[in-house]
Design a protein around this ligand. Structure first.
Ligand code: ATP
Ligand code: MG
Length: 249
């Protein structure tokens, strides 16, 4: 247990330091990137006659847009999230996510399986929590290119537990799991998946899980992964239950 806490503290320190550095770099890169974008759009106008050269300029534009997308997620990662504390029905939030194809597109072979428990009311920021679920669900889908079950469960824990910030009061949690039947995470990678920039994908930024980790921490919750290579991965979240009495404490 002690080792786990020390590892977690180290992980948090590392995340904070990397976040500050990333914000600095992202900020500095945005300006020259803006110039490239501006000049390439000017060039594109000039080259309206010259198909070949215009295509080259369009490649430049597309790459700039891609870099801009990466920088946006960098900035999102670097900014410590300040969640609002509102009543959030996680079951509703999840159901809406699956209806909204602009949030996530569920490919043909993917079979969502829900097991939603009663009273999954969290105390949190629905916008930020949605981001977390989108990241986890995208990862699960990407892990199953051949398709498979995507299992999502919510469950209110019946016991009181100590929140991660070690404060002295205890509270109830909602446990949410997102499990897939993909390739899973190898044992050596298990310790790294929440690290910023850790990715095994060709076009990944490696920021999805570290952003999610930051958001859940800011909710005084926890996020963990269990996996066996070849047997899929399961992400387990605990988010504080909505407590009507909390405001009075
Ligand atoms: N469901 C999963 N199954 C197997 N491996 C996973 C799963 N989710 C995450 N991982 C591993 O953790 C790594 C980090 O995930 P993370 O979401 O932070 O970044 P990414 O998915 O690689 O990139 P991005 O989220 O920016 O597209 C992944 O590259 C992958 O190796
Ligand atoms: Mg991801």
């Amino acid at each position: 247990e002690l080792r786990r806490l020390e590892e977690e503290a180290q992980r948090n320190r590392r995340l904070r330091a990397t976040g500050e550095m990333a914000a600095g770099i992202a900020h500095e890169i945005r300006n020259p990137l803006g110039s490239i974008e501006l000049f390439s759009s000017l060039l594109k106008k000039d080259l309206s006659e010259d198909q070949d050269k215009r295509e080259i300029v369009e490649h430049i534009s597309a790459s700039v847009k891609n870099m801009d997308r990466i920088i946006s997620s960098l900035l999102l990662f670097a900014k410590s999230p300040q969640p609002s504390r509102q009543l959030c029905d996680l079951n509703e939030l999840l159901k809406e996510l699956f209806k909204d194809s602009s949030a996530i597109l569920i490919p043909q072979g993917i079979n969502p399986v829900f097991s939603l428990g009663k009273d999954a009311i969290a105390n949190g920021d629905s916008h930020l929590l949605k981001q977390v679920f989108i990241n986890l669900i995208r990862n699960a889908i990407q892990a199953m290119p051949e398709g498979g079950d995507l299992k999502i469960t919510t469950q209110k824990s019946s016991q009181l537990e100590q929140p991660s910030d070690q404060s002295d009061y205890c509270r109830q949690f909602i446990k949410i799991t997102v499990a897939d039947q993909g390739g899973g995470v190898s044992e050596e990678n298990l310790a790294n998946v929440f690290n910023p920039f850790f990715t095994t994908k060709d076009h990944g930024t490696g920021l999805g899980l570290s952003i999610s980790h930051n958001i859940i921490k800011a909710h005084q919750g926890t996020i963990d992964v269990e996996s066996e290579e070849g047997k899929g991965a399961r992400f387990i979240l605990k988010i504080p239950y909505w407590d009507y009495e909390l405001d009075k404490k």
